[in-house]
Design a protein around this ligand. Structure first.
Ligand SMILES: [Zn+2]
Length: 295
């Protein structure tokens, strides 16, 4: 009995040491800056994640605001209008998605009907107010940033002060910025995943330097976290150097991401705990809240 008791005491002591050596997870509010509420999650009638289910996930993770963008835009319209959204205390910042269906992923940058759809959607707005951005859009080949409709949309975004959520590589960031009237000096581009292909940290830093309004959203970013889900040293250093330039998002692009929403947010809270409190709060909430005037 005695031996067992002292073994337990030792384990408890070890646990305490471990707990002391591990920073506590971030505890404040989260702004999910990359949320999709796509047709297969809920089509307005059926689906595994009706508004009450989607919002319950946000609420229990203290997600207080979201950039909503959905294929088709009906999903965003639904969230923006839902009584449950207000009841859950979630602010919707709506973006116009460029996709009506999956075929649009690989053709939007040259499809005039997408430009028309965007105009119609912007004119219509949402029950949570006007659209604040365009995207997420994908460019699987960087050169398509120069597609005729891509060019027009970037000009429109800058003119209308709409943010742009772009899933692109580092080469396409330069191309999109070059197509903005300001040559990228006043285009608010949110780089989805901050380069899902893993552009080197030095390259990310060079782009942040070149474009003062470029923001990095960090879902799926390769090399961001190391052992135990803690921040890798080079990313910790980059975030500390540019604390006002990064944000987090769930990227609920398939239903599995809704199933693992709690885990995703827990993962963010873990590594945010590696940062000073004020920096963690900026990345988790403040940068996006400031951008869209959410309080
Ligand atoms: Zn996405």
């Amino acid at each position: 009995m005695k031996a067992a008791a002292s073994a337990i005491a030792m384990l408890l002591a070890a646990g305490t040491v471990f707990a002391q050596g591990t920073p506590a997870p971030y505890k404040g509010p989260l702004f999910d800056t990359h949320l999709h509420y796509n047709q297969e999650a809920w089509d307005g009638n059926t689906g595994p994640f009706p508004p009450s289910e989607a919002l319950a996930r946000m609420q229990r993770n203290d997600v207080k605001a979201i950039i909503a963008n959905s294929r088709p835009n009906a999903g965003t319209q639904t969230l923006a209008a839902a009584r449950e959204t207000r009841a859950a205390g979630v602010t919707v910042v709506p973006f116009v998605r460029l996709y009506r269906n999956r075929d649009d992923y690989t053709n939007w940058f040259r499809d005039e009907t997408i430009y028309e759809m965007v105009q119609t959607e912007l004119a219509r707005g949402t029950a949570s107010g006007p659209y604040r951005g365009l995207g997420e859009f994908h460019l699987y080949e960087s050169a398509n940033a120069n597609g005729p409709v891509a060019k027009k949309l970037i000009v429109l975004a800058e003119k209308e002060k709409l943010a742009v959520l772009a899933h692109v590589d580092d080469v396409a960031v330069d191309l999109l910025m070059a197509n903005a009237p300001s040559k990228g000096q006043s285009l608010r581009l949110i780089w989805a995943h901050t380069g899902i292909g893993g552009a080197p940290v030095e390259r990310v830093q060079a782009l942040l330097e070149r474009y003062p309004l470029l923001m990095g959203e960090l879902s799926y970013r390769p090399g961001l976290t190391c052992e135990g889900g803690r921040l890798c040293p080079e990313w910790r250093a980059l975030i500390l150097k540019y604390p006002e330039r990064f944000m987090v998002g769930s990227d609920t692009w398939v239903n599995q991401r809704w199933s693992s929403y709690d885990e995703t947010m827990r993962g963010y809270r873990t590594w945010l705990g590696d940062l000073p409190d004020d920096v963690a709060r900026r990345i988790a909430w403040g940068n996006a809240a400031g951008l869209f005037g959410v309080r």
